[in-house]
Design a protein around this ligand. Structure first.
Ligand code: ATP
Length: 358
């Protein structure tokens, strides 16, 4: 296990990058604690795989350093970094039994047979593979094969980090939640540093204690799932996390607050800094239909089980609200209020309100 540090990392796939747009990773600095559960979350093309390959040693960064427990490993090849990796598609030996597949990484390192047996039994039990240990891997379902692949990553107890790159891609949707929670449980049992790469917010938020959200080769926020939901530091995070995402509403800012379509909108606290583009950020969970407030017309309402998501047009801006009880009719005139404690101002995408002192 190791603490992992990334210092001033930049990477370009071009031989002579001219400007920031030529970098797949722009400037990455972070520190991951020994034994933590982390997720790298972001849309396709934001640089997750590039970062993972740099950590594992498959790719040498154009600039910067990778540190394992303070030791610079930037120049070390992958086999010297002591990392286990689980990929999107199962990496297993079809002709071997489940047992031999799980034992392989240990036998390969000369681990004694009784230790191999104990460890394989332990991991197989955790992954519920113990009934199929003598089965040939070729005869198993894709889900079971991916479980073996995970098991091969988890079986060694001497690794610095285990990295999962979209490991649930091949798993049936109904089994995904099961494996997701299994992985979380496994992390609690074997406290190895784990990094989980995904573009799926549910996977990231359920697995990780800390989520690193990336966009266009940059980290936009590192935080716990609650922090990312409650106080997105950037409109991208607000919009990307949550379903539906945060309302990002163009507004005017004057000395006495924010104005949206001519209505004064109380914010969580004082505004710091200025910018060219000003927007209010409020999650649909904190928008209410009320007797007074910002007038709008209901465009649609969708029943999502316990709640209804209502989309209200305020002028030409759609505003989402999650409401309990019956949904208003399409075309109905309604009024909206925002919970001031959960209403933030963003300038040029970045949060610009301070929380008022309690
Ligand atoms: P995905 O989820 O689709 O795998 P990602 O977040 O992992 O995306 P990367 O694969 O790291 O993103 O890609 C980051 C950027 O680098 C993208 O613009 C991509 O086109 C570019 N890129 C990735 N690999 C190469 C390569 N081998 N050569 C040139 N450009 C590359």
């Amino acid at each position: 296990m190791a603490e992992i540090g990334l210092k001033n990392l930049r990477h370009s796939y071009l031989p002579s990058p001219a400007g920031p747009d030529d970098f797949a990773l722009k400037e990455i600095n972070l520190s991951w604690d020994d034994g933590g559960a982390y997720a790298l979350l972001g849309p396709s093309g934001c640089g997750k795989t590039t970062l993972l390959n740099i950590i594992s040693g498959l790719l040498t960064p154009s600039e910067g350093h990778i540190l394992f427990d303070g030791q610079d490993v930037t120049a070390l090849p992958p086999d010297k970094r002591n990392i286990a990796q689980v990929f999107q598609f199962p990496v297993i030996y079809d002709t071997m039994t489940v047992y031999d597949n799980l034992a392989f990484p240990l036998r390969n390192r000369g681990v004694a047979a009784d230790r191999v047996d104990a460890r394989v039994s332990e991991i197989a039990a955790m992954l519920e593979l113990d009934d199929s240990l003598t089965t040939r891997a070729a005869n198993l379902t894709p889900d079971a094969k991916q479980k073996i692949s995970m098991g091969r990553g988890l079986v060694r107890d001497d690794v610095n980090v285990i990295m999962f790159d979209e490991p649930l891609t091949v798993i049936d949707p109904e089994l995904k939640w099961k494996l997701r929670s299994k992985l979380k449980e496994l992390h609690q049992k074997i406290a190895v540093t784990m990094i989980y790469v995904t573009h799926d917010q549910t996977e990231a938020l359920t697995f990780a204690d800390q989520v690193v959200v990336m966009q266009d080769g940059e980290i936009v926020q590192i935080g716990s799932p609650v922090e990312l939901f409650e106080r997105p530091q950037h409109t991208f995070v607000g919009h990307f996390i949550g379903s539906p995402g945060m309302n990002i509403l163009p507004c005017e800012v004057t000395g006495d607050g924010a104005w949206f379509h001519g209505c004064h909108v109380p914010l969580e606290g004082p505004v710091k800094g200025t910018g060219q583009r000003t927007e209010i950020g409020v999650r649909p969970e904190f928008v209410r239909l009320a007797d007074g407030g910002i007038p709008g017309l209901v465009r649609k309402a969708a029943d999502i089980g316990r709640h209804t998501v209502v989309e209200v047009m305020v002028g030409d801006t759609p505003v989402g609200a999650i409401v309990d009880g019956p949904a208003p009719e399409r075309g109905a005139e309604v009024h909206l209020t925002f919970d001031p404690h959960q209403t933030r101002l963003y300038t040029d995408g970045w949060i610009a309100t301070e929380r008022a002192a309690p």
